[in-house]
Ligand binder design. Structure first.
Ligand SMILES: [Zn+2]
Length: 346
């Protein structure tokens, strides 16, 4: 791990001693990560501000400070036993990019939002407080296998999926596992098994949609008792309104209260596409299946885009096995630097 960025990723990953990253939002470990990054922001000559919710902003004032600002960053908190890249890559990549760029026409900002993993608390608070930039670009680990499957080191994120979570109860009839013949049973778990396969097939039939049954409660839950009742959860996600509506309809889920998909784009996405294409790389566009601070800012009216960097190890994330190669990370920072240059010089 030779580069400054790789060493800084290691320093943040080492907080708390592991295994994995353990920096919950507003914990002492997240505070420590913010202290480290604050020091690096000062080294880069940025003006550092901490807002009342603890979000960290390092700014380099532009030649025309009245123009809307251009910000890039991510978060420094982590899930328990998380990976090295999720969050810190976006903050440290932005810091390196802005360090390279020096002063531009517009003010450039590096941001570390607080407490992203449990629902983007920091960016929500910032949005409620105001003082938002004109553009946001977030570099992030892909957290999935699609770029690796496409053979592309980088991807431009065009949407953040919308989703709905629901519960379903399947009723059967509990009975004796030894004395009830197979053709005289109404086994709720067998019904649930068929329903889980149907849920999978509905999602498979819609490009870009996913649906997951993650929790199952079997009653009465005895080793020698035919299940009488099963409760299951469904997490359903799709990249645009039309596909989310089709998915929920197919799954028989009431669309009321669904979190709508967020489309990303505008000048930040154009700048990323141009910077990727200039390097002779394929311009792969994809939707993010996970929520991000970029989605919060986009819904607040900030033109926002994300750059995903290819994940190794079959795309695993929220795990110590989370990995992107130093070469892909270096490429991502080059592209981010170019994109921020275009946005801040315009
Ligand atoms: Zn993240």
């Amino acid at each position: 791990m030779g580069s400054v960025l790789e060493r800084r990723l290691d320093a943040i990953y080492a907080i708390g001693g592991g295994p994995g990253a353990n920096r919950p939002g507003y914990s002492a470990a997240e505070d420590e990560a913010h202290r480290l990054v604050t020091g690096w922001m000062h080294e880069a000559g940025l003006e550092v501000e901490v807002d009342p919710n603890g979000n960290l902003v390092g700014r380099r004032t532009g030649l025309e400070p009245g123009l809307p600002e251009v910000w890039s960053g991510s978060h420094l908190d982590s899930v328990p036993r998380g990976g090295r890249f999720d969050g810190p890559l976006g903050v440290l990549g932005a810091l390196e990019a802005i360090d390279r760029l020096g002063r531009r026409r517009r003010t450039l900002g590096v941001v570390a939002f607080r407490d992203e993993e449990r629902g983007c608390a920091g960016s929500h608070a910032r949005v409620a407080r105001g003082g938002l930039p004109g553009a946001w670009v977030e570099l992030h680990h892909e957290q999935g296998p699609r770029l690796a499957l496409a053979g592309a080191p980088l991807g431009v994120v065009t949407a953040i999926v919308g989703y709905k979570r629901a519960e379903r109860v399947l009723e059967g009839r509990a009975g004796h596992a030894g004395t009830t013949p197979m053709d005289a049973r109404d086994d709720a778990l067998v019904r649930a098994a068929a329903e889980i396969l149907r849920i999978r097939d509905v999602a498979r039939g819609i490009d870009g949609a996913v649906a997951t049954v993650g929790c199952l409660e079997v009653e009465p839950g005895g080793v020698n008792v035919i299940p009488g009742r099963v409760r299951l959860t469904i997490d359903a996600r799709a990249p645009d309104d039309e596909r989310l509506a089709r998915l929920l309809d197919g799954l028989g889920i009431d669309p009321a209260g669904a979190v709508p998909p967020t489309s990303l784009g505008g000048p930040p996405a154009d700048a990323l596409r141009a910077a990727v294409a200039e390097r002779g790389l394929p311009v792969v566009e994809l939707a993010s299946g996970a929520g991000h601070d970029a989605g919060v800012l986009a819904r607040a009216g900030v033109t926002s885009a994300m750059l995903f960097v290819r994940a190794q190890n079959a795309g695993v994330s929220h795990s110590p096995d989370e990995l992107s190669s130093p070469e892909d990370v270096a490429l991502a920072v080059d592209v981010l630097t170019d994109a921020l240059d275009r946005l801040a010089s315009s």
